[in-house]
Design a protein around this ligand. Structure first.
Ligand code: ATP
Ligand code: MG
Length: 429
């Protein structure tokens, strides 16, 4: 992508309304723009990252055996009356009417909707286990939308729903998601700590929140140092072991009864990026989602639900990856892998070298943002540092003559000079 043709409305000033660094940087880097409180336009750079995050979530859900569907944003109130949640949900639910005065709502979550799909199509235990998920916008009229996309009113969530014949199978489905979550966050370069949680308005009896650490996290968290030592990308993660390791948010942490010795107890502030529940027959029983078991008896299915805050993750990733100059994207979610800077857009030789390099990188399917504008060098570097692409490649007059370019790692700041061919070999391999 040529920056001269892109839409990257960066801001020079730190916007006054943004309290936390990720919100400030998302606005400054032209990733998002507020339309109303807690409701954002996703501009090209932000939308690009959101899709990268979404794709990692999708791949790990698929790998864990979940199957993707898409449920609508608008749901009929009648379904929520069946589960008893229509009145219970309160003011967080956006309630609307169509022209026929039919009551509808903008979905804050989809348990009822997915249970309705299930009951209309699944009859036998032979069709189980089943896990259906979607990645869809939700609306919750939060009392205090804040911190940009971290606590929005309209936000993108991945929500998966498991259906099983009995509690043992349901618990196994829960454990598969537990592992999938650790791997998902790990692929984004994040260490997420699973914490036993109160189950909240969705109810149930088995629930974990996944918290990543950042100074601006909403809750204090305490955990066993072991979480920092485990390789979450390993193929043989021991779920039972992980579940019994100590981790607690402040309301559940009791220093007097904490089983972890002080020298192994870590603390920090956490951002909740995922939440998984096993809630048994809470929806299947009232909504009549039953299957015939092997003994021919009809039983309500055992269910769980598994959420990931996809749009919140974009903010959380920045909280965990930035410095005083701007964002520092992990490679797996970076909007472009390489930022190519032509220092002298008015110089024919520089332009020739930079244009050629850009064409070759594009041909090799390397995602590259090419700053081909006639701008001061300082402004170009500042923009590249702000938007945080992992690699910056600079073409200048001296190097252009010698056939070399400068390569800088955004994360470490390390700079090396190398030939155009060596650069291509590094990135286009
Ligand atoms: P919270 O305690 O932060 O309000 P929740 O318990 O209401 O979260 P869930 O219903 O479990 O959240 O939703 C699943 C995930 O969706 C959460 O773990 C979080 O990452 C994300 N999420 C929830 N509410 C919001 C919001 N208002 N804005 C952005 N993401 C959200
Ligand atoms: Mg909430």
């Amino acid at each position: 992508m040529r920056l001269s043709r892109y839409f990257l409305p960066v801001l020079k000033e730190v916007p006054a309304e943004a309290e936390i660094v990720s919100h400030q940087l998302m606005l400054r880097a032209g990733m998002i723009q507020q339309l109303q409180a807690g409701i954002y336009n996703w501009l090209p750079l932000g939308w690009n990252v959101l899709q990268k995050v979404e794709q990692i979530v999708r791949e790990e859900q698929n790998r864990a055996g979940a199957i993707e569907i898409l449920m609508p944003t608008i749901q009929p109130a009648s379904l929520w009356r069946e589960s008893g949640r229509y009145d219970a949900y309160g003011k967080e639910m956006l309630r609307i009417k169509d022209r026929g005065e039919r009551e509808m709502l903008f979905g804050p979550t989809n348990e009822e909707n997915v249970t309705d799909i299930f009951r209309k199509h699944v009859r036998s235990y032979r069709q189980l286990p089943l896990n259906l998920y979607h990645i869809q916008w939700k609306f919750r009229d939060e009392v205090r939308p804040r911190f940009g996309v971290m606590r929005g009113r309209e936000f993108l969530m991945k929500d998966a729903y498991s259906f099983d014949l009995d509690i043992e199978a349901g618990a196994a489905a829960f454990d598969r998601m537990f592992v999938a979550y650790l791997k998902t966050f790990k692929r984004m370069g994040l260490t997420a700590i699973p914490m036993r949680a109160e189950s909240g308005p969705i109810g149930g009896n088995m629930s974990y929140e996944f918290q990543i650490l950042a100074q601006t996290g909403e809750s204090a968290v305490y955990f066993d140092q072991a979480f920092e030592e485990i390789d979450f990308s390993a193929d043989d993660l021991d779920v039972a072991h992980l579940k019994q390791l100590y981790a607690a948010a402040d309301e559940l942490h009791d220093p007097a009864n904490c089983p972890v010795p002080p020298e192994r107890l870590r603390s920090g502030r956490g951002i909740e990026v995922g939440h998984i529940f096993f809630f048994g027959t809470k929806y299947s029983a009232p909504m009549g989602a039953t299957v015939l078991g092997p003994d021919g008896k009809e039983v309500p299915v055992e269910m769980g639900s598994y959420g990931i805050g996809v749009s919140r993750l974009v903010g959380a990733l920045i909280e965990a990856n930035h410095d005083e100059k701007g964002i520092v994207w992990p490679e797996s979610v970076a909007p472009f892998r390489v930022g190519l800077i032509n220092l002298r857009a008015d110089d024919e030789l520089c332009r020739g070298v930079a244009d050629d390099l850009y064409a070759k990188l594009e041909a090799a399917k390397v995602e590259v943002l090419y700053d081909d504008r006639e701008e001061r060098a300082g402004a170009k570097f500042a923009t590249m540092d702000l938007i945080g692409l992992p690699w910056q490649v600079t073409v200048g007059p001296r190097g252009a003559k010698a056939g070399t370019v400068e390569l800088k790692s955004r994360r470490t700041g390390a700079v090396e000079e190398l030939s155009v061919d060596a650069l291509l070999a590094r990135f286009a391999a």
